[in-house]
Design a protein around this ligand. Structure first.
Ligand code: ZN
Length: 319
């Protein structure tokens, strides 16, 4: 009597177990998706760094506030479209050091706005210029009360620090994925640091280290390369050098004979070409990566910086 009972019960028990297992299986497959994290980056470089940290996290959506081709946003004016992006963002990644002064008023006014991740928070001031030729304008910036040049992204070593700072900010907001952010940031930072090491070797081996920059956006790139910035042609986006300043600059370049006059592709290079012709000093373009294409691949920064290294190696290598 007992056996048939068991035989009768067994199929239903097995079925129940299968049903339970099925329920469990379908629950694990169709687990509620992680809450979407909307990360808004202000500038092209911090957007690139952020994307390199979250590329394996489908629940993170990255967006860029300022158009990719805009370049330095010192004088950017927010459009209604931007206010919408800001209101929807969970986190806002900024360059910091005064680069986003245009955001101060809107962010102060908004209550419960995005959590700000200041990518520039971990960057230390560069050593004070040792050269008597070296003017304050190369490392300071009128937009920034702390007096530090805000174009930190143009130095790969600084870019590596910014990447780690962004990852720590994301880890605080989304602790469940902290280790994923940190691991991706470390891998990316290692590649950036390797480019920084290549740059440092250029300056260390160069018989002549002098360089003239078209714009102070290239300061950290030249600083990472250990070059001596003799002058910056234009420190203000909207004010080209005056006739007197150009005369002084021409005299300085003739006297100091820098190895290179570096143009920034963000700006017209007419003055750079004129100065190069007048002084017979070569000019070449270096890209600080302040802007780029909409569809920039993840390794865009590395590609551009490697090309910068190649250009610098060409002009600064021992002959
Ligand atoms: Zn700038």
């Amino acid at each position: 009597m007992f056996t048939p009972t068991v035989n009768r019960r067994c199929p239903s028990l097995v079925l129940a177990c299968l049903a339970l297992a099925g329920l469990f299986f379908s629950a694990s497959v169709h687990a509620a998706p992680e809450k979407e994290l909307r990360v808004l980056a202000t500038t092209f470089p911090v957007w690139l760094f952020t994307r390199n940290i979250v590329h394996d996290c489908p629940h993170v959506r990255t967006d860029l506030l300022i158009p990719t081709n805009f370049g330095c946003p010192h004088d950017y004016a927010l459009a209604p479209r931007d206010m919408q992006k800001l209101s929807r963002a969970t986190a806002l990644v900024i360059n910091g050091l005064g680069m986003e002064n245009f955001l101060n008023a809107p962010l102060t006014a908004s209550i419960g706005g995005p959590t700000i991740i200041d990518a520039g928070a971990g960057i230390a001031a560069p050593p004070q210029p040792a050269s008597p030729h070296h003017t304050n304008t190369t490392w300071s910036n009128p937009h920034n009360h702390d007096g530090m040049n805000p174009h930190i992204f143009s130095g790969p070593k600084q870019a590596a620090i910014m990447t780690r700072t962004i990852a720590e900010g994301l880890a605080r907001i989304d602790p469940a994925n902290a280790e994923v952010y940190r691991a991706a940031a470390e891998a990316y930072a290692a590649r950036l640091t390797a480019i920084g090491v290549r740059l440092t070797a250029i300056g260390a081996d160069a018989p002549r280290k002098g360089i003239v920059l078209q714009h102070d956006s290239l300061f950290w790139l030249a600083a990472d390369a250990g070059l001596e910035i003799l002058a910056v042609m234009q420190t203000n986006e909207n004010a080209p050098p005056s006739a007197n300043e150009l005369i002084r600059l021409t005299a300085l370049v003739r006297r100091e004979r820098p190895a290179l006059i570096a143009a920034d592709p963000q700006y017209a290079d007419r003055l750079v070409r004129t100065l190069a012709q007048e002084t017979n000093v070569p000019a070449a373009s270096l890209d600080p990566v302040s802007s780029g294409p909409d569809n920039a691949p993840l390794d865009w920064y590395e590609t551009v910086m490697s090309a910068n290294c190649q250009t610098l190696e060409q002009y600064f290598e021992p002959r």
